[in-house]
Design a protein around this ligand. Sequence first.
Ligand code: PRP
Length: 212
Amino acid sequence: MTRVSPADQLSIALPKGRLEVRAVELLRSRGYDITVPDRQLVAEDTDGRVRVMLVKNSDLPTYVYHGIAGLGICGTDVIYESGYEFFRLLELPFGHTRMCLASRTDHDPEQDTGRLRVASKYTRFARDYFQERGIPCEIIKLAGSVELAPVLGLAPYIVDLVETGNTLIANNLHVVKELEEIKVVLIANPAYYKFHYKSIDALVDTLREGRA
Ligand code: PRP
């Protein structure tokens, strides 16, 4: 295939790490010949149809909101935390997880008095979840390794993503309640979509149906 003109090239932000690998695999399986060399943060497929940018997971909505990338592949958890609205074009067949309330297995809920003390990376989600249900809470923001909070006594509860559950088990924690199913979706900056809808719709069809 000849290279597409730069005006028809689509820009896609991918989150570095686990989802990046799955997203690049998906593009490759659909005929986009793309390789991202180690430590390189921007790459194109050989036909120039797509340009991918590898960004930090939590920064991805910011790049798409500001139109630096027109499209993005991102978890609904991260989109919610950003507070931004996007067009959600397609749910992708990987990366499903659960947002859960968890505690130490030996925690006695009878000890909970007053406000629920919860540590989380997902403070917007956690605050809104409990407020909407009229449950008084104190949310403590952490940047990572949230499972440490109940182990070290910072907070009896965490709100965090659970995928395999192995991290909880390894730290003597358990799921108290599943709060929401988290999906990975293809998002678009609305203005970018209006200018590139033909190419974007073709990409969505390709990703959905498995043909390039
Ligand atoms: C996520 C999440 C849990 C873990 C759950 O953390 O916040 O810690 O994965 O996965 P599991 O149920 O399969 O064990 P991540 O790997 O993104 O690292 P972080 O805690 O440092 O943010």
